[in-house]
Design a protein around this ligand. Structure first.
Ligand SMILES: [Zn+2]
Length: 228
């Protein structure tokens, strides 16, 4: 940062003797304002990397992201690419209209913020130096993130699993096909799905059953055999 330009001009600090208090306060405010204006404007550099918050409004059956182009220019990426990413990760349809994106259905600010965050982590931030001064280049169909700040290059690692995790692997009131892998002390069948242990009474080891999940407590779930 340019420190010199932030300094308040010295001559402005010695008020003329005839100034009344109110005028002094005013002129101080003015000085402060001028000093702030003289500060360098935020540019695309690490310390001042600021992405505007998603400005969303619901319009009928759509949700409008009003400052989409402000966001894409802050991250310095192609709006179409960012949009494709958002739509895929949000699992919805939408289109670019002027500076805005119109999503089908209801989308929350948190959902958009989460996806933008992972987009930035994947496609913008340099993993070596953590700065956003990067460019995306294609090499043999592989997207490479090139850092202007430190010169690092890395292929873009698209972590598709991350977004799926939020869609619970197991949910109460739903039916899943599982294999009973073990029998618990009380004789209930035990199945495993991702991090969950599912107790299914009345089953035997090795069978594949459809289980209706009644209750989930932490990573333990309780269900019963579901018969259609
Ligand atoms: Zn870097």
């Amino acid at each position: 940062m340019n420190v010199r330009s932030a300094r308040i001009p010295e001559k402005g600090l010695s008020p003329a003797p005839s100034f009344v208090a109110a005028t002094m306060a005013q002129s101080y405010d003015l000085l402060l304002k001028r000093a702030k204006e003289a500060l360098p404007k935020p540019v695309s550099s690490g310390e001042r990397f600021q992405v505007p918050e998603a400005d969303l409004i619901v319009e009928g059956k759509t949700t409008v992201l009003r400052n989409f182009l402000d966001i894409t220019s802050a991250v310095n990426r192609d709006p179409d690419q960012v949009l494709q990413y958002l739509l895929r990760e949000l699992g919805t349809a939408g289109s670019l209209e002027d500076r805005r994106v119109v999503f089908k259905g209801k989308v929350t600010a948190t959902q958009v913020a989460d996806r933008l965050k992972s987009y930035i982590e994947t496609y913008v931030i340099c993993s070596e130096c953590g700065r956003p001064d990067t460019r995306l280049v294609k090499e043999d169909r592989v997207a490479i993130l090139e850092c202007d700040a430190c010169g690092a290059r890395r292929p873009v690692k698209v972590v598709k699993k991350a977004a799926k995790v939020e869609e619970a692997v197991l949910a109460e009131g739903k039916v899943y096909e599982v294999m009973i892998q073990d029998i618990g002390k009380k004789g209930d069948g035990i199945a495993k799905k991702d991090k969950y242990i599912i107790y299914v009474p009345g089953t035997t080891k090795g069978v594949i059953v459809k289980v209706f999940i009644e209750k989930i407590a932490g990573t333990v779930a309780f269900g019963h055999v579901h018969r259609e």
